[in-house]
Design a protein around this ligand. Structure first.
Ligand code: ZN
Length: 173
């Protein structure tokens, strides 16, 4: 396993990749599992709770996630070609962050419950319901597959401010 570089919005070349729509995966192969292992290690190292393949420069429809809290056993989840089948009418605002938008957090409103279908690490098709943090995280990560960042849900002003803040923090670091 190896840790990959995470693309960030303050870099124009990175941003161009992050804006791409990710391609559908044909089948879950050993090569794909190796990428998912690297993504998980990269996410743990960052640290973060979710990561889409495009964030490490691979624009394909793959996501890794681990919502275990500090002190809990790791609980990695892998999503290949995830699709949202149903979304609740009820919405919920949650303060989100993103490894590609370091050190910036803001409220995003999303459906509070979704049903999703995806292939897991073994390539099996899974259908399940997601709510609370799981629902927030999967919708955030699935936006990445469409080239959408959480700051794209904010007003133009707040979005520009977020990118400026990341750039400033990077320059200071
Ligand atoms: Zn993100």
């Amino acid at each position: 396993m190896s840790i990959r570089r995470i693309l960030t919005v303050d870099n124009a070349a990175d941003l161009a990749v992050l804006k791409q729509k990710s391609a559908t995966v044909e089948t879950v192969t050993d090569d794909l599992r190796r990428l998912m292992d690297d993504m998980l290690e990269t996410m743990y190292d960052a640290p973060g709770i979710g990561l889409a393949a495009v964030q490490v420069g691979e624009p394909i429809r793959v996501i890794v996630m681990d919502l275990a809290r500090d002190g809990e056993e790791p609980a990695p989840r892998y999503f290949v070609n995830p699709e949202i089948l149903t979304s609740s009418e009820e919405t919920h605002a949650y303060e989100e962050g993103c490894l590609s938008v370091p050190d910036y957090y803001d409220d995003v409103e999303r459906p509070s419950k979704v049903t999703l279908r995806y292939m897991n690490y073994q390539g099996e098709t899974v259908v399940e319901e997601a709510e609370e943090l799981y629902a927030v995280c999967i919708q955030h990560e699935m936006d990445h597959l469409e080239g959408v960042l959480f700051i794209d849900h904010l007003s133009r002003l707040r979005r520009d401010r977020a990118i400026l803040k990341v750039k400033k923090a990077r320059r200071a670091a």
